[in-house]
Design a protein around this ligand. Structure first.
Ligand code: ADP
Ligand code: ZN
Length: 296
């Protein structure tokens, strides 16, 4: 099956052609401009390759309620040119094929759950810590949506007394994203995050904040695996620190085989940066299957 996959980003759009087995045959990166500049380049690419369905992992928030007239719209994004843009509709109109759309982090969670290290697991959390903080949640075999989609990057955590930084979330100030995103690290310490690698206090604080959020996800969602991605997680020393902090916070309250093997419970992404695009291939496959079922 010839499937199209799109991973949207603030700086670039990654377009790929692949199949239902998660194999990627071709890809093209297009710089993100306005929809008017960027969308025709993307639809031309997918059109040339004759895709039978398209999956989109989209920055958000996005409307995912299929009964809403605004299904597939980007809603209140800070990327102004894309606000209120009918993302799913623009591609469906141009390509005349089924289009599946979900959040970028949900797509990454799906890629890991279907094609990656989390294959076979029922409940998986994928947290990205980058320019923003967001979580994709795969639960009992499908992505979690509910009334909207999870926005678990904005959960409240306890700010350390020693932390003089107020937080930068425009909505909540010192939520997880406000305290632990790449830009928050850079504002707090006055230096590019990548250049702070050997400052132990930077990563101790970061690991504490991430672990607090993971504690909440563990207790509410009961995930069988937690995958951490995004630019900030390139600081690999964070992983053992986060695992230690999670164990300390849980304090033996729950005991499972997963928690007993922390090195395989809280892990880096496994698909070499392709988890989002592979998840988008699966979204395309699902959209194709759903359109077939509708026709019967
Ligand atoms: P985005 O979230 O925009 O899709 P990334 O996941 O790459 O992109 O996140 C970018 C953020 O990650 C930047 O704020 C940057 O500070 C941070 N970052 C990128 N590389 C590193 C690194 N090697 N170490 C720590 N932080 C990094
Ligand atoms: Zn927030």
């Amino acid at each position: 099956m010839r499937l199209g996959a799109l991973e949207t980003g603030g700086t670039k759009m990654v377009c790929a052609i692949g199949d239902e087995n998660g194999r990627i045959h071709d890809r093209k990166v297009i710089p993100t401009g306005t929809p008017r500049e960027t969308v025709p380049q993307m639809t031309a690419y997918f059109g040339e390759h004759g895709v039978e369905a398209l999956g989109i992992g989209c920055f958000g928030p996005v409307e995912l309620d299929r009964t809403s007239p605004r299904y597939g719209y980007i809603t209140s994004t800070p990327k102004k040119a894309w606000r209120d843009f009918d993302m799913a509709g623009a591609f469906a109109d141009a390509l005349h094929c089924p289009v599946g759309l979900d959040t970028d982090v949900n797509a990454a969670a799906l890629g890991e759950a279907v094609f990656g290290q989390a294959a076979g697991k029922g409940v998986v959390v994928y947290l990205t810590v980058g320019t923003g903080v967001g979580a994709g949640i795969y639960t009992e075999g499908k992505l979690l949506h509910g009334m909207l989609h999870p926005e678990a990057g904005h959960v409240l955590i306890r700010r350390k007394e020693s932390d003089g930084y107020a937080g930068n979330c425009p909505y909540h100030r010192d939520c997880l994203e406000g305290l632990a995103s790449g830009p928050a690290i850079e504002e707090r310490w006055g230096e590019k995050a990548a250049l702070l690698a050997d400052r132990a206090e930077v990563w101790e604080l970061e690991a504490d904040y991430i672990a607090q959020a993971l504690m909440g996800y563990i207790l509410t969602l009961s995930p069988e695996m937690i995958i951490l991605g995004g630019g900030v997680m390139r600081q690999e020393q964070l992983f053992p620190m986060i695992r230690r902090n999670v164990a300390r916070l849980l304090n033996g309250y729950i005991q499972t085989k997963e928690l007993a093997d922390m090195d395989r419970y809280i892990v880096p992404a496994s698909l070499a940066g392709d988890q989002g695009i592979m998840g988008a291939l699966e979204l395309a496959r699902q959209a194709f299957a759903a359109s077939r079922a509708d026709k019967k």
